[in-house]
Design a binder for this molecule. Structure first.
Ligand code: ATP
Ligand code: MG
Length: 437
């Protein structure tokens, strides 16, 4: 018998609470050291060619929440396992309860709650409305939950949350990595064998991964991340992994007293800006297949710090450092004696290089104290040489800008349909910033 760390693979002769290799806690699992024997030939199976595999086209289950359907790739695939991660209080339970409510109109929908009592859930249900037909099971014992699912076979089930489930067969505490992994893999089997489409709610840890180590992400069919800070009404749901659809698809919600309301026209919400405001620029970023206008705000303030601060909220800090460096080196905008703060409006996060140009424009506007042109929306990636690179799916972005009345679309040279183009960042600043008085 030996013990192997499930995180880094370090082998230890005896069990340890903490892995000596990677320092993770509770990750060592016992493993047999018996050498593998030769395979038993009677266990060999016949093979099929893919062309001979017959499939019936399975209809997806609409969740009744269009933004959720969009992120799932057009509805919930029957018998699939979907992990929904998010920080405490972002609204995971609210979102999934309203989905169950809508699903329960035509199918069997079950909520397994380990976190809140049935009475607490019913309070929320009363607030959301339309949840009368949702069945509920308040249970944390994994065996009981699986047995119930196998007997009842609901079409859709929500486990809120996977961290509260525990099995007495696993020798570690509820919420530990081993328990969570055991729960997920058993529920996976139940989902596939009994045809129960299952949502697992998972809390994210401080470093942003679901259920501690990323063990669950490999097991499940989809990983949805629910983002947005609690102090902001807008929430964003994105697919981090999806076996049945595109990733990076985005759903936008607003938290209201009646629950989460989808915001189909996200650009109108996030892309609002004041004409003539210093340090603000609107970008057209692409989220999956969805172009979305977002206002970027920047503040450039003089500093005495030897290492001026570069603070990014909603933008990758490395990307910000790169843009600041290119602005200094190739666009004549030295920022070595200034703190630079960049913020994406509405608590949104943008990971896309197409947003570079808008970020640079907001910073340049703040540094030079001139606003960007009225009705400007920009997109384009900035290269390290100061040259602008074409952004993916430019025509869709141009369309989205037009739709929202942003007539001054600024894009890399060669972008069809954009009224303003530039080949370098320096020229783009010349075109994008309003002429100084
Ligand atoms: N009456 C209400 N009116 C408006 N918003 C409310 C109301 N009650 C709760 N909320 C919102 O719902 C959020 C909590 O939602 P929910 O319980 O679904 O989150 P959660 O992600 O499941 O949290 P947890 O991780 O704690 O389970 C609160 O942050 C609050 O903003
Ligand atoms: Mg909850």
């Amino acid at each position: 018998m030996q013990h192997v760390c499930t995180e880094c693979g370090t082998i230890s002769a005896r069990w340890l609470g903490r892995c000596p290799g990677c320092g993770a806690w509770g990750t060592l699992l016992a493993e047999s050291t018996e050498p593998a024997r030769g395979a038993d030939p009677t266990r060999a199976r016949p093979l099929l060619r893919l062309v001979d595999v017959t499939t019936e086209e399975v209809a997806r289950i609409p969740t009744g929440v269009p933004e959720l359907d969009r992120v799932l790739g057009g509805g919930l695939v029957p018998a699939s396992l979907v992990l929904v991660g998010g920080e405490p209080g972002v609204g995971k339970s609210t979102l999934l309860l309203s989905a169950l409510g809508a699903i329960s109109q035509t199918r069997r929908a079950l909520l397994v709650t380990g976190e809140e009592s049935a009475a607490q859930v019913s309070l929320r249900a009363a607030r959301l409305g339309g949840c009368d037909a949702v069945e509920i099971l308040a249970e944390t014992e994994l065996e009981a939950v699986c047995a119930t699912l196998e007997r009842e076979r609901p079409d859709v089930c929500v486990i809120d949350s996977v961290q509260t489930l525990w099995s007495s067969e696993v020798g570690s505490a509820p919420g530990s990595v081993n328990q969570v992994r055991e729960a997920a893999s058993r529920l996976l089997r139940v989902a596939k064998e009994s045809g129960v489409a299952t949502f697992l709610v998972g809390h994210v840890t401080k470093d942003g991964s679901v259920a501690g180590p990323r063990v669950l992400e490999h097991l499940v069919d989809c990983v949805l991340q629910f983002e947005g800070d609690r102090y902001n009404a807008h929430r964003v749901l994105r697919a981090v992994k999806n076996r049945f659809g595109s990733t990076n698809e985005l759903g936008v919600f607003e938290m209201t007293g009646e629950g989460l309301v989808g915001v189909p026209d996200a650009s109108a919400v996030f892309g609002k800006s004041e004409v003539g405001e210093i340090g603000a620029a609107v970008v057209c970023a692409l989220e999956g297949t969805r172009p979305i206008l977002v206002e970027i705000q920047a503040l450039v303030a003089p500093t005495d710090l030897a290492m001026p601060r570069r603070v990014a909220t909603g933008v990758d800090p490395k990307r910000l450092a790169m843009i600041v460096a290119v602005l200094a080196r190739h666009a004549g905008l030295p920022l070595g004696a200034a703190d630079v703060f960049v913020n994406v409006a509405g608590g949104l996060r943008i990971d896309e290089p197409g947003a570079d140009l808008g970020i640079a424009l907001a910073i340049a506007s703040a540094a030079r104290n001139v606003p960007v042109r009225p009705d400007l929306a920009a997109f384009g990636e900035i290269g390290l040489t100061g040259r602008l690179r074409p952004a993916a799916q430019a025509p869709r972005r141009v369309d989205e800008c037009r739709k929202l009345g942003r007539s001054a679309v600024l894009a890399p040279a060669g972008t069809e349909g954009a009224p303003l183009t530039a080949d370098t960042l320096r020229r783009a600043l010349g075109v994008g910033l309003a002429a100084a008085e």
